[in-house]
Design a protein around this ligand. Structure first.
Ligand SMILES: Cc1cc2nc3c(=O)[nH]c(=O)nc-3n(C[C@H](O)[C@H](O)[C@H](O)COP(=O)(O)OP(=O)(O)OC[C@H]3O[C@@H](n4cnc5c(N)ncnc54)[C@H](O)[C@@H]3O)c2cc1C
Length: 550
């Protein structure tokens, strides 16, 4: 598509993605210098439409960005009042008392929020400062300069024909050039992936690790609702099949976020993360809470879990990778929004200094130094061994050893007896042949507490124009049936939380069907396909989920 003539617009900083990282960067740039030209491009139909993390927010990032956020009406209305942690068995639960938990696990001072609404509010603050924000504008390509530097992005391509060619209704989009381009696409960003590969930014680092997070919003019986309560569980139903656990956050208005994360390094390709989530809701403790309520929204998104040792280099000529584009989630805390915000601030400060000094399109090393050595690095470094311990020794040992390690580091100012443990394999490579694992029998959803995938997907309000090229691209179309089916029972049928992938039989032959219209942009397929044959490319803007207040 490089021969297409496009209009170009020049900016000081072009920001891809209106999540907490991108919006924090935009706000800080304008706070530092009101004359800077800053644009934010967002693929969702509106800011917040693709933000899934119904979240416990540590406000430290917001405090640094806008200390007067309360006066400015930020939607942080539900302080955490109660923090519970349970180990589940099939028929019961054991509460783990709070006192042995390392202090960093304490949610005192944090808020239960809709991050979609926080981002909507942040976008208003940014626009008041003069940031240009364009929702419904997917950035589908990077624009490279003569010296191989990144000089901008292509955004706003609409109406391609199904084979990817230009037709009468095609709008070619435009190029947005910047002295610096910030990629704040969140986990497994498509442009970020290209940058990481092209510049070898992950060389010498541990592989990035991921989970798939699924979430429903429920309106429950007011008598059972306890605003400000945070509950985390581990154990049943995953047992030793996979790492992961649940979260249940009581927001206001009798709403509850019910979520479930499955670590994607599971070995058994028969595992069905979505059905594990549905089964979880039948645990007596959860079933009792939800009985009489109704599910009003559903969504899914990958979550980064590699932590400190997996963060790639974050800068290359002309570009900086922010937030979960490099993976900044503190895994035991299940929190990344605060670090996303802090990274936006750090990138903005580095870019503003560089532009003031007359620089452009070079590497913002100050930004990377600040991330690794500043607040973000400190937050992530002390939990760096929790995930590898869990992967190696399972849940119980990791709770003991990981808990010990976090306490030890807290008491010694960051020293660990384990050093820095490695993750080893990618999640795709962790998948083992179906023949060495037993199939798992999942109960049928009852339509009251648990739902089939397609019914739930309709509650993500996702849509994609059918006549465009599929944005889920197979490098080799023969792999799913020729390789993945005999070897792994084609796990795409199960790992996708939106039912995009099916194996069907037509005239006695197996066929692989990609229902890309259902995609909720979680990126699990791009991560977990054992053959690494699926690429998630950015579809045209305004498509994908339309999360209300996730
Ligand atoms: C189930 C789940 C629960 C979580 N719970 C918590 C929690 O309780 N607390 C917490 O702090 N963190 C939580 N997290 C982690 C948190 O969501 C991330 O750390 C955070 O979203 C990272 O912010 P970000 O700005 O880097 O990316 P994102 O929030 O993912 O934002 C990226 C934005 O960029 C847009 N975008 C992506 N690619 C393009 C493109 N090519 N063109 C245009 N736009 C693009 C996306 O649509 C999106 O709006 C959770 C994550 C999950 C999945």
């Amino acid at each position: 598509m490089s021969e297409i003539e496009r209009e170009a617009m020049e900016y000081d900083v072009v920001i891809v993605g209106a999540g907490p990282a991108g919006l924090s960067a935009a706000i800080r740039l304008k706070q530092l210098d009101a004359d800077l030209n800053v644009v934010v491009l967002e693929k969702g139909s509106e800011v917040g439409a693709h933000i899934l993390s119904g979240a416990v927010l540590d406000p430290c990032g917001l405090d640094k960005l806008m200390p007067d956020w309360k006066e400015k009406g930020a939607p942080l209305n539900v302080p955490v009042r109660e923090d519970n942690f349970y180990m589940l068995g099939e028929a019961g639960e054991v509460r783990i008392p709070n006192f042995p938990m390392p202090p960093l696990m304490n949610n005192h001072g944090n808020y239960i929020v809709s991050m979609g609404n926080v981002c909507r509010w942040m976008a208003e603050q940014a626009e008041e400062l003069g940031v240009e924000i364009f929702p419904g504008m997917a950035c589908s390509e990077l624009v490279y300069g003569d010296k191989g530097e990144i000089k901008g992005v292509v955004a706003g391509v609409f109406g391609l024909e199904a084979d990817g060619s230009y037709g009468p209704g095609t709008e070619p989009g435009m190029e947005l050039h910047g002295k610096y381009v910030f990629l704040s696409e969140g986990v497994r960003g498509s442009l970020s992936k290209e940058v990481i590969e092209r510049y070898g930014l992950s060389d010498g680092k541990e592989p990035q690790k991921f989970g798939v997070g699924m979430k429903e919003i429920w309106e429950i019986d007011p008598a059972k609702h306890k605003e400000g309560t945070v509950t985390h569980t581990m154990g049943w139903p995953l047992g030793s099949n996979a790492g992961g656990g649940s979260f249940v956050y009581h927001l206001d208005n009798n709403q509850v976020y019910v979520g479930f994360v499955v670590h994607l390094n599971y070995k058994n390709p028969h595992l069905f993360p979505y059905m594990e989530f549905q089964r979880f809701k039948h645990h007596p403790m959860i079933a009792d809470l939800l009985k009489g309520g109704k599910r009003v929204a559903y969504g899914a998104r990958a979550i980064s879990e590699g932590g400190y040792q997996s963060m790639p280099q974050m800068v290359a000529p002309g570009v900086a990778l922010l937030g979960c584009s490099v993976g900044m989630v503190n895994v035991p805390r299940i929190k990344g929004n605060h670090n996303a915000m802090l990274s936006g601030i750090a990138a903005a400060e580095a870019a503003e200094r560089a532009i003031k000094a007359g620089r452009a399109s070079d590497e913002l090393h100050d930004y990377e130094d600040e991330v690794r050595k500043g607040e973000i690095g400190k937050d992530l470094k002390k939990v760096r061994n929790v995930k590898p311990l869990w992967s190696k020794f399972g849940l119980t040992a990791s709770l003991t050893l990981g808990g010990f390690d976090m306490w030890f580091q807290t008491l010694t100012g960051g020293f660990s007896l384990f050093g820095s443990l490695k993750h080893g394999k990618t999640d795709a490579a962790a998948t083992e042949p179906a023949s060495v694992h037993k199939p798992i029998d999942y109960p049928k959803p009852d339509g009251v507490l648990s739902f089939d995938r397609l019914t739930n997907v309709s509650f993500s309000f996702t849509n994609h124009e059918e006549s465009q090229p599929p944005h889920l691209q197979l490098a080799d179309t023969s792999v799913p049936i020729g390789n993945n089916l005999p070897m792994y029972d084609e796990p795409a049928q199960r790992y996708c939380p939106a039912g995009v992938y099916e194996v069907v039989e037509k005239e006695g032959k197996k066929e692989f069907v990609v229902n890309f219209q259902n995609c909720v942009h979680c990126k699990t397929c791009d991560i977990k396909d054992p053959a690494q044959n699926i690429t998630w490319a950015c579809p045209q803007g305004g498509e994908g989920p339309n999360y209300p207040n996730m």
